[in-house]
Design a protein around this ligand. Structure first.
Ligand SMILES: [Cu+2]
Length: 474
């Protein structure tokens, strides 16, 4: 993380989406789409290069006024969504705001969020999956006062993705109907835009911010040493208490910040962060999808890959202490909801080679009564899965709390039990895993802005093919 100016001042950026080339696999060059940015006015350290096809990392500050002139220089419509920031409708970057090739969209907002890990990505109708896959995504870090966590050189972020790349460097996307239905999974793990990433670390504690930036790959992350992962923040919000997990479940769009101390390791040690693909298709809950990864198995037997290798250097060991209470507070309670005993139901289903929410699909700013909420109220929503596939559901405009998981159909419950100890939901989230057959209850305060916002599956192929709707806060 860079050193920002001591005094916060307004920031004015130009952000451009344009074709580019990048090296993802050593020795090859790949045509991608990429964001680039320049600081027109403000702290020059607000933009740092990703060193890859990913957009530059944007360093914003709580309470900062930010203007962004977004220029679309690709040959498709495009719009930028600030994932996790709680912004008014017109600043949120929704599909109806997309601008055509050669056009500009001007953002002007004040960052309301607490310090934490966020990201930005294209959110274009029908094209989000393809555009994010080709490179239109980047990290957005909100900076502020976070005592007790490692900072500066001991604070970095990893964007976990996957890509299928031919020997000549060509990027392959969504070849078949099957890929579009199940979600596209690339054959190579790519971290911070590079295959086989290795990073040198000192023998000290670090804050490692993880973003699952994959289109569809639900991941379980483990350390090769077998030690637990210490989670200190989720989806941008510090946790009330540090949570230790044996294997961290991270769905597309979710973030979890880890605390990791390399001081107990010897110089030259290589420590891998391993990632397993948690694809599951519950039997008997929908149309079969034929042979493929994991098809039809009720138990998970995932193959692990290496997301990143940390190489411990020969610096003196300076051990630290895991912070017991990172400092988050969770003031969202089901009892405060206007419908605490009668949750609104959102049934997720898969039929006619497509994915549905309450038997409806994306229809712009059309909303049902269920999708209309009163400004200033808190509601309980329940995602009810009648789909054989996992759907990580994301709400724009407000973080929420997960309060209950039960089963509508327990055909995939055994597989869930294999990984449930790695699901961190004691803080706030903006994206929640809905496993096949699950009922997941969340409590959402709708108290930030009136207007139309989105809720959708963050498997981008599902989102692009209908599993996205608007809701109205009025
Ligand atoms: Cu989905």
């Amino acid at each position: 993380m860079p050193e920002l100016e001591p005094e916060m001042r307004d920031l004015h950026l130009r952000l451009v989406a344009a074709p580019a080339t990048a090296t993802i696999v050593a020795g090859t060059e790949t045509e991608v789409l990429s964001f680039r940015a320049e600081v027109l006015d403000g702290d020059p350290a607000s933009v740092t290069s990703s060193g890859s096809y990913l957009g530059p990392t944007l360093h914003l500050r709580t309470g900062q006024r930010v203007r962004v002139d977004f220029d679309n220089e690709i040959d498709q419509d495009c719009i930028v969504h600030w994932h996790g920031l709680v912004l008014p409708q017109g600043q949120d970057g929704q599909p109806p705001e997309a601008v055509g090739p050669g056009e500009r969209y001007e953002y002007d907002f004040t960052v309301p969020n607490e310090p934490g890990t966020y990201w930005y990505h294209s959110h274009t109708d029908m094209l989000t999956g393809e555009q994010v896959y080709r490179g239109l995504a980047g990290l957005l870090i909100v900076h502020g006062d976070e005592p007790g966590l490692p900072s500066r050189d001991n604070d970095f972020a990893l964007v976990l993705q996957d890509r299928t790349i031919d020997a000549d460097g060509t990027l392959r996307y969504a070849a078949s109907m099957h890929d579009l239905m199940a979600g596209f999974v690339g054959s190579t793990l790519v971290t911070n835009g590079v295959a086989e990433l290795a990073l040198r670390v000192r023998r000290e504690p670090y804050r490692i911010r993880l973003l699952n930036g994959a289109n569809s790959r639900l991941q379980r992350l483990t350390w090769s040493t077998g030690e637990p992962l210490h989670a200190v923040a989720t989806d941008g919000e510090l946790l009330p208490e540090t949570v230790d997990v044996p294997g961290l479940v991270l769905a597309p769009a979710q973030r979890t910040d880890l605390w990791m101390d390399f001081s107990g390791h010897e110089p030259g040690d290589r420590i891998e962060l391993r990632a397993a693909d948690l694809f599951v298709e519950a039997p008997g809950m929908g149309p079969g999808r034929g042979p493929g990864r994991g098809g039809g198995t009720p138990m998970l037997d995932p193959v692990e890959g290496v997301a990143v290798t940390f190489v411990v250097d020969d610096s003196p060991a300076e051990p630290g202490e895991v912070p017991a209470r990172p400092g988050g507070s969770v003031a969202v309670h089901a009892a405060d909801a206007v419908n605490a005993d009668a949750p609104k139901q959102f049934v997720l289903s898969t039929f006619r080679a497509s994915h549905w929410i309450n038997d409806t699909q994306w229809a712009g700013r059309e909303v049902t009564e269920t999708e209309t909420v009163a400004f200033g109220t808190t509601e309980v929503w329940e995602f009810v899965s009648r789909s054989p596939l996992t759907h990580p559901m994301h709400l724009h405009g407000q973080a929420f709390r997960v309060v209950e998981r039960t089963w509508e159909d327990d055909g995939a419950a055994a597989a869930w039990e294999q990984i449930a100890d790695g699901v961190v939901e004691s803080g706030l989230r903006d994206t929640v895993v809905v496993w096949p057959g699950q009922r997941v209850r969340i409590v959402v305060p709708f108290d930030a802005h009136r207007g139309y916002f989105l809720y959708h599956c963050h498997i981008l192929e599902h989102e692009d093919h209908g599993m996205m709707r608007s809701f109205l806060i009025e």
